[in-house]
Unconditional design. Structure first.
Length: 310
């Protein structure tokens, strides 16, 4: 699929949209409003409880969001990242932590790995150093070109279901912070099952709309980003159903965090408690601690490790 670019991380409200009335997970056509006060136009399936954006952007317009400004902009509380490339060290530390966990299920023998939504390739570069034979895939032409130029890894440009990669080819497929972005989550997971060898491992993570932080913070939950970016919102039950229905046995469910700078942590804290964030921001500026990094797990990102069913 051709990659478009945009001068702004936001997509115009006038873009083409389609009304989604059938649940991508169970096929039910009955929905009810979900957290309407956040203004995202979310609905929930009355049968399986999957949450999604009713008026979804056209896929071509959706992928236009992921140009260069998506990875470097001043609106990261709404869409994208403040500076993804500058955060390389933290992304690598998070990658090592996550790979160390998933390797408990893949065994000592490293094989072929595909990272879907590979962004700038820091995750697959860490995986390569750990012994994996790596490939990446991303809808962002900017990201794909960056990986090719800097690392030289095989990196596929486009939505996973359009790439026509070889069947039963990979031992491990990872999909972090991706499934909530795609127009067809079930189709993407079916494709992962096709691409994995029998017994291969699939690891994915996504914001957990059923988490305690989501329920406590309501419309202010950081997971409710711009509706053009996150079009599906999974909980542990709906994500488990997605995997079970498409050929996977769930091995492990957990909530995961990541390494962040103090500056980013305080920025996100401001969404929920500005009365705490402002004095703490003054303190970190005074003590010059803004680039100090630490691991944070807010318990609202769910990660599931699953195995392709025999």
């Amino acid at each position: 699929m051709a990659q478009h670019t945009t001068d702004s991380p936001r997509i115009s409200a006038a873009i083409a949209r389609k009304t989604v009335t059938q649940c991508n997970l169970c096929g039910n056509k009955q929905t009810r409003p979900f957290c309407p006060e956040n203004g995202r136009g979310l609905v929930q399936c009355t049968r399986c409880a999957l949450v999604f954006v009713a008026q979804q952007p056209d896929p071509h317009e959706l992928y236009a969001l992921y140009g260069e400004t998506y990875f470097h902009n001043d609106q990261s509380g709404e869409v994208g990242y403040t500076d993804y490339i500058a955060d390389e060290n933290n992304i690598r530390a998070t990658a090592n932590r996550r790979l160390a966990f998933v390797e408990r299920f893949t065994g000592a023998q490293k094989g072929k790995m595909l990272d879907v939504g590979c962004a700038m390739g820091f995750f697959i570069d860490v995986a390569k150093a750990r012994g994996w034979e790596v490939e990446g895939a991303d809808v962002s032409g900017f990201a794909v070109q960056y990986v090719r130029n800097r690392f030289g890894y095989t990196t596929h440009h486009g939505n996973l279901t359009d790439l026509h990669l070889p069947a039963a080819h990979y031992d491990l497929i990872t999909m972090y912070d991706v499934i909530e972005h795609v127009p067809d989550p079930s189709g993407n997971v079916r494709e992962v099952a096709r691409l994995l060898k029998t017994g291969g491992v699939f690891e994915l993570a996504t914001p957990d709309v059923g988490s305690l932080p989501s329920r406590l913070t309501g419309k202010r939950w950081i997971g409710y980003k711009l509706s053009e970016e996150h079009v599906y919102y999974f909980s542990v039950p709906t994500l488990t159903k997605l995997l079970n229905d498409n050929g996977f046995d769930v091995l492990h469910v957990r909530h995961v965090g990541k390494y962040v700078t103090l500056r980013l942590f305080l920025n996100r804290l401001g969404f929920y408690a500005p009365f705490l964030s402002r004095p703490l921001q003054w303190l970190e500026r005074t003590l010059k601690l803004s680039e100090r990094s630490f691991y944070v797990n807010p318990l609202d990102i769910v990660a599931i490790t699953a195995r392709k069913r025999t």
